[in-house]
Design a protein around this ligand. Sequence first.
Ligand SMILES: NC(=O)c1ccc[n+]([C@@H]2O[C@H](COP(=O)([O-])OP(=O)(O)OC[C@H]3O[C@@H](n4cnc5c(N)ncnc54)[C@H](OP(=O)(O)O)[C@@H]3O)[C@@H](O)[C@H]2O)c1
Length: 347
Amino acid sequence: MTQAPPTPRNFRTNDPPLEGASILVTGGTGSFGRAFTRSVLQRFRPGRLIVFSRDELKQYEMQQELDGASAPIRFFIGDVRDRDRLELALRGVDYVIHAAALKHVPAAEYNPFECINTNVLGAENVVNAAIRAGVKRVIALSTDKACNPINLYGASKLAADKIFVAANNLSGRDGPRFSAVRYGNVVGSRGSVVPLFRRLAASGAKSLPITDPRMTRFWITLPQGVDFVLSCLATMEGGEIFVPKIPSMRTVDLAAAIAPQLPYESIGVRPGEKLHEVMISDDDSRNTIEMADRYAILPGFPSWRGESTYKGRFPFVREGFRYASDTNPEWLDAKALQTMLADLDRG
Ligand SMILES: NC(=O)c1ccc[n+]([C@@H]2O[C@H](COP(=O)([O-])OP(=O)(O)OC[C@H]3O[C@@H](n4cnc5c(N)ncnc54)[C@H](OP(=O)(O)O)[C@@H]3O)[C@@H](O)[C@H]2O)c1
């Protein structure tokens, strides 16, 4: 087992042509959307950056935070379930990042059709609206939970991945290109385990709850996620599911990094949860190529394609390859996790 490099992997490899471009991010007020917006405004001078989401309060708060840097920003209230509204929002847009989702596993189990409406029908609406509006490129955010899913959230994201890959069949040779990015847990995102452990430690808890001491997860920071999406937007040919090479961590090491003084209490794996996450299954591996810092699962039914630009440039992974959080060769130990958490606090 090798240790992860002490500094996080840099995915800032290729810049998409965003100078003067019009970009829309669905779910723009969420953890990813806010980080994406900040990064795009720092690195590029887009003509327009449209934040598309439902809740006016989150948009208002984001507007306040961005005060001064807000010139190209537009806050568009809309629901991805509403295709007409999406079509209006996408007029004149060049690039779309589809980040809106319902992502809480228990909420999806309790409200299954709400999850399907947003994550599946919402994806279909984004595809149709993007084709009608003549957008250039669209990237959807997927998750490791979409690989061999065992809960509805994961299954709905797998369906969304399929909708995005197949969208290239509908858009024709000159229409928009659609791809997806699949990654694992985002350090410190809303509702994640980092804020939970920190809250418990700060409120004087006597122990931290760990579902299972063997549990492992892939781990990525928000800036890494944003850089990865931007680099995929620059290089995509359409139909890929891009998977970054990122480290794994054990939840017990995370608990030790956040509150070394507290013991942990095993509470058992929760319904719908896996002990380890998988980003590329052995069945996916037949269509998976490997690059220096990422994998790309190529479409199984690429009927829209001429010759792929990947052909001959990147090797396919070996038969039976599986990219899983427990067998990942790269790991974050408690010290590396502390560095990552300190980076998180610095913003
Ligand atoms: N966080 C992670 O660990 C992680 C890991 C892998 C993949 N992902 C994926 O990354 C994406 C972004 O995640 P995140 O952490 O940024 O989520 P988040 O913080 O929960 O944000 C979700 C965003 O989606 C918006 N939204 C929800 N339902 C909507 C709808 N029907 N129409 C329009 N907007 C809607 C929300 O705003 P309103 O409620 O105001 O509409 C919010 O802006 C998701 O697709 C998720 O599946 C996340």
